[in-house]
Design a protein. Structure first.
Length: 491
């Protein structure tokens, strides 16, 4: 069985760690590869950072117009290999074919936006701020930067950061999720074809030991993290204590409010796609559906029909609209949470726990579940499920619904379905969440906008994507100059 290698100094090299864990296809438990995982990983982080530092010094002197040329090349490589990357994503993460293509498209869009770095990183100049004195602010790269990513978007999330880091003149180290490292192996084979200094973009595999080595390496100036909230908190506190700039995205529990004036037919399909897309393993998945003013019956019936009609199976097969969840442990955690909801007084309207997919009997499959009358005063309402489970609750007024949104532990996304502009305006102004959707089920910001998130969904200041990423990966330098007007002097 193939043991995956690190990519250091622009070469594929064996990990210093001899410990490995299996990379598994969640649809059938086939072992796809072995990935290094263990305490010796720290040595590899040091090697990667040392070569990255050298490469970055050279790279930062390359004009920005030239630096973005490698992104144009990377975009065409991505496009040429889209199908191969998508197949790997489906095989290691369980996504459907469309979902895999969708996340690659989002990665490409970030490369495209980062191609605008020559404009996006422009500074400011004020001439004659005082007599004969000019002042300017320029942006310079930080040095060596790194990202640590989760399993649920094996390609896209790295690209919230990588293109911006590189275009602004930094070196970049990737620590992919140990559950889905194969997508990055394929992408690094494309990166290998770029004309960049050796060591500029590197990858080291592993788990907590590798992450700790990144957190402790003095060469690393900035860390971008995406994953669960406890790990985000850990990385933010340890990274900042070690003097690094950190942006750490955490977990989520996203509420969706349905007002009585919503277009029920359109809304229910969008909402069900939001809850069950990517088998619910999406930080922007709708989780709690709140009906307002007693129109619960109609919403409930429509959601039930839409949820029941989803076809579950191996994501690359035709007609499949929902794949498996990532691991058997994840499946057990989700079924335990369904049980918790029932024990807390909810009614299991649709039970997706016992599903058997012919030919894929060993897969981690669940079909859509719906819990109704989930208690607002109990634990499940604030617990991230990260699986294909919808919680239905009923609230009397829009004010109470907004208060419910704002009382949540997380603040990643909140959506409203309505045909009233006034209600939409009230919601977008008063709902406390970093990403707001109006008649949108997955309010995922396009690459031009920051991927926001509030409360326990984000630790830091600047987010990934767009201008925020440009700011995150640069430091400002202010220069003030006096140039006496020698031509006005008499010689
Ligand atoms: P995770 O936190 O378990 O792992 C994320 C990364 O952290 C992995 O690379 C992993 O190796 C590393 N890691 C795990 N435990 C660690 C530890 N104790 N110390 C140091 N590093 C550690 O997350 P996951 O299960 O891969 O991903 C799912 C989570 O990610 C969900 O909570 C989801 O909401 C969240 N997520 C958030 C966003 C967002 O934008 N807010 C996007 C995608 C996923």
């Amino acid at each position: 069985m193939i043991v995956l290698e690190n990519y250091i100094n622009s070469e594929w090299v064996k990990s210093s760690s001899t410990e490995t864990i299996n990379v598994v296809n969640p649809a059938n438990q086939d072992v796809l590869a072995k990935v290094p995982y263990g305490s010796s990983a720290a040595i590899d982080v040091t090697l990667a950072c040392d070569s990255a530092l050298k490469a970055q010094k050279e790279w930062s002197k390359v004009p920005v117009m030239k630096r973005v040329q490698v992104l144009y090349k990377l975009k065409s490589l991505f496009e040429a290999h889209r199908e191969e990357i998508a197949k790997i994503i489906t095989d290691e993460s369980g996504k459907t074919r469309d979902e895999s293509f969708g996340e690659i498209q989002r990665a490409i869009e970030n490369i495209e936006v980062a191609c605008g770095t020559p404009v996006l990183m422009a500074g400011d100049v004020i001439e004659d701020i005082a007599k004969g004195i000019d002042e300017m602010m320029i942006r310079q790269p930080l040095g060596v930067t790194a990202c640590i990513t989760p399993f649920n978007f094996p390609s896209m999330i790295v690209f919230w950061f990588l293109p911006y880091a590189i275009a602004t003149g930094n070196a970049f180290l990737v620590k992919p999720s140990e559950k889905v490292p194969l997508t990055m192996i394929k992408i690094f084979n494309l990166i290998h074809q770029l004309d960049i200094p050796n060591g500029l973009i590197s990858m080291v595999h592993g788990g907590k030991d590798t992450v700790d080595a990144i957190l402790e390496n003095p060469i690393v100036r900035a860390i971008s993290f995406v994953g669960s909230t406890p790990v985000a908190k850990y990385i933010y506190s340890k990274g900042t204590a070690n003097g690094k700039r950190v942006q750490a995205q955490g977990g989520a529990k996203n509420p969706v409010i349905v007002l009585p004036d919503a277009d029920i037919e359109m809304s229910m399909k969008i909402i069900a796609d939001s809850v069950y897309g990517c088998a619910g393993q999406r930080c922007l998945a709708a989780s709690t559906i709140v009906t307002v003013d007693d129109q619960k019956g109609e919403v409930k019936d429509a959601l039930y029909e839409t949820a029941k009609s989803r076809s579950v199976g191996y994501g690359w097969n035709d007609g499949i609209s929902m794949g498996p969840v990532i691991t058997p442990e994840s499946k057990a955690r989700i079924t335990d949470l369904i049980e918790l909801g029932i024990n807390e007084g909810a009614n299991l309207l649709l039970d997706g726990r016992n599903v058997n997919i012919s030919g894929y009997e060993k897969g981690n499959f669940l079909s859509p579940s719906i819990l109704e009358n989930v208690r607002l005063d109990k634990k499940l309402i604030n617990t991230e499920i990260f699986g294909p489970v919808m919680s239905l609750v009923s609230i009397k007024t829009i004010e109470e619904a907004i208060a419910f949104v704002n009382s949540g532990k997380y603040g990643n996304m909140a959506c409203l379905f309505t045909s009233s502009g006034a209600s939409a305006r009230k919601f977008r102004n008063e709902a406390d969440a970093g990403n707001i959707g109006i008649n949108i089920g997955v309010a995922a910001p396009m690459a031009q906008f920051p991927f926001s998130g509030w409360r326990d969904s984000f630790f830091g200041d600047l987010h990934g994507q767009g201008k925020h990423a440009i700011e995150f990966f640069t430091q400002t330098k202010v220069i003030i100059e006096r140039w006496p007007n020698i031509w006005s002097r008499k010689f």
